[in-house]
Design a protein around this ligand. Structure first.
Ligand SMILES: Cc1ncc(COP(=O)(O)O)c(C=O)c1O
Length: 400
């Protein structure tokens, strides 16, 4: 039953997700009132590793689903996976199980800053970074990434240093970066960390996209920057993005710093946040233990998907600038040359029955005129989406 090779045939197979209450297909259909090709929210239209399904089915046949402890086996499987694939060494007590990464971001903001204080982000960046700061009455200190004409982004060290000098003590980093596709290099992270140490700033590094390295290069975890216990570093990651398990709700916070862990645990206990559910632990363990072959096949498929997307865009939407993509399965597309604002782009795309993520979700100014395309789906679906985007851009405003 378990295939030996996860080749393009495996990932080419369309999976009908309608009727599963999934955000991506059912949610957007409910919102728009008609079927829409969904290239937006960051989950994949691929089957997860069959070993995960097998483990879930096996557990489901035990007919008692009572209160469950955070699983030591899932924790150990993650420890082994991080060592095997990313050369990051951690221990069980350095992990805290969470329902999801965004829970961890919010707990970190609440526990490690006070109302009114600034928290640094680098837009354009995953929308819930900003929302997590605002909803907890902190101040967003945005030091936007710098962009060159090819759409390649780098960090604004001088801008960050100004913010740290002004008293910012907490930073949210996205590595690899959603949506601009950067895989931050060791030198860039070391330069950042030198500044953080100099100004006593705590780093929250969201590494949920750690496994999607598409074009060579090596993922460097913030945990590798400083292995001392007192390092002010918190990492958030999970099996959910890598292995397409987001609906199961499980993630992990990792810090070698006991004080930081205790502060965040305290906040979560106050809010009554309990980690995961029994099926999420079963799936996490199976994915981290047995998912390597599936993951290697997936990465090869996504790398080819990126190449095809870039070529198709060049043909059909030639003024689009797609940022160089080092990691993630999310393409960041600058469409400003067409002179349309994001809301108009979105309206036209919905009229052509296709949904992308609006650039402004990642930065009101830095994402204006941009769309993000999630290409973690069969290549044929991506090609269809680009054709619809072409029509959307060519359509005159009164046309459906
Ligand atoms: C950078 C980043 N962090 C966190 C998440 C969400 O993770 P979770 O579902 O575990 O909250 C996403 C999902 O797209 C993401 O791109």
């Amino acid at each position: 039953m378990i295939p030996l090779h996860y080749d393009s045939q495996f990932f080419d197979e369309p999976i009908d997700r309608y009727g599963t209450d999934c955000d991506k297909w059912d949610g957007i259909m409910a919102q728009e009132g008609h079927a829409v090709l969904p290239m937006w929210v960051a989950d994949m239209d691929f089957r997860c590793p069959p070993e995960v399904t097998q483990a879930l089915v096996k557990r489901a046949t035990h007919p008692v689903y009572g209160y469950t402890e955070p699983s030591a086996q899932a924790a150990d499987a993650m420890i082994a996976f991080l060592a095997r694939r990313h050369h990051v060494m951690i221990s069980r007590e350095q992990q805290i199980m969470l329902p999801c990464v965004v829970t961890g971001i919010k707990a970190a903001v609440r526990a490690l800053s006070k109302p009114g204080e600034g928290v640094l982000i680098q837009s354009p960046v995953y929308g819930p970074f900003e929302q997590s700061i605002l909803t907890n009455q902190r101040k967003v200190v945005d030091v936007p990434l710098l962009r060159d004409t090819q759409g390649y982004y780098t960090m604004d060290y001088a801008g960050m240093e100004d913010a740290f000098r002004d008293g910012v003590k907490l930073m949210l980093l996205c590595n690899p970066h959603n949506p601009v596709g950067r895989l931050w290099r060791g030198e860039e992270l070391t330069r950042l960390y030198t500044l953080l140490e100099q100004y006593g700033v705590t780093l929250i590094s969201d590494e949920i996209h750690m496994d999607f390295v598409l074009n060579g290069g090596t993922f460097v975890s913030a945990l590798s920057l400083d292995e001392r216990e007192q390092a002010k570093i918190v990492v958030l990651t999970s099996a959910s993005k890598t292995f397409n398990l987001a609906g199961l709700r499980q993630a992990t916070l990792i810090s070698r710093n006991r004080e930081l862990r205790h502060a965040m645990l305290h906040d979560m206990r106050q809010a009554g946040v309990e980690a995961g559910n029994l099926f999420s632990f079963v799936a996490t363990e199976a994915a981290f233990r047995y998912g390597d072959a599936w993951l290697d096949g997936l990465i090869a498929y996504l790398a080819e998907g990126e190449r095809r997307l870039r070529n198709e865009l060049a043909k059909r939407v030639p003024k689009a600038v797609m940022s160089p993509l080092e990691a993630t399965y999310l393409a960041w597309i600058d469409l400003r040359a067409y002179g349309l604002r994001t809301d108009e782009l979105m309206r036209r795309c919905y009229a052509q029955d296709v949904a992308f993520s609006p650039g402004v979700y990642f930065g009101k100014q830095t994402g204006e005129g941009f769309l993000r395309i999630n290409f973690s789906c069969p290549h044929s679906q991506t090609m269809e989406a680009v054709m619809r985007l072409e029509k959307a851009i060519q359509a005159n405003t009164t046309e459906k």
